[in-house]
Design a protein around this ligand. Structure first.
Ligand code: FES
Length: 101
């Protein structure tokens, strides 16, 4: 699946992945602003991204543990996800993730 990351300085980076999390894909390719400090266990919020309403519908809503983590982040809103919790599959091909502030 192709996943596009839009960095804070509006750079668009499209990456191709088959499995694993969107965070791992971003970190492996050096996407600025996605740090993945906790290694993907939903406890750091350094993989915070915003989705479009359509994107959210496809990727699904945040889980309860993810929502709890997002509540600690002042920049979180209803379009927020932690992208270590977004599994790459064909179902989300073309997904666009905006790196959060
Ligand atoms: Fe830490 Fe996603 S990498 S919450």
């Amino acid at each position: 699946a192709k996943i596009t990351f839009i960095t804070r300085d509006k750079q668009s980076i499209t990456l191709e992945g088959n499995a694993g999390s969107a965070m791992a894909l971003a970190v492996a390719n050096g996407v600025t602003g996605i740090d993945g400090d906790c290694g993907g266990v939903c406890s750091c919020a350094t993989c915070h991204v915003y989705l479009s309403p359509e994107g959210l519908e496809r990727a699904g809503a945040a889980s309860e543990i993810e929502t709890d983590m997002l509540e600690l982040d002042d920049n979180a809103n209803e379009f927020s996800r932690l992208c270590c919790q977004i599994e790459i599959s064909d179902a989300i091909d073309g997904l666009v993730l905006n790196v959060a502030r």
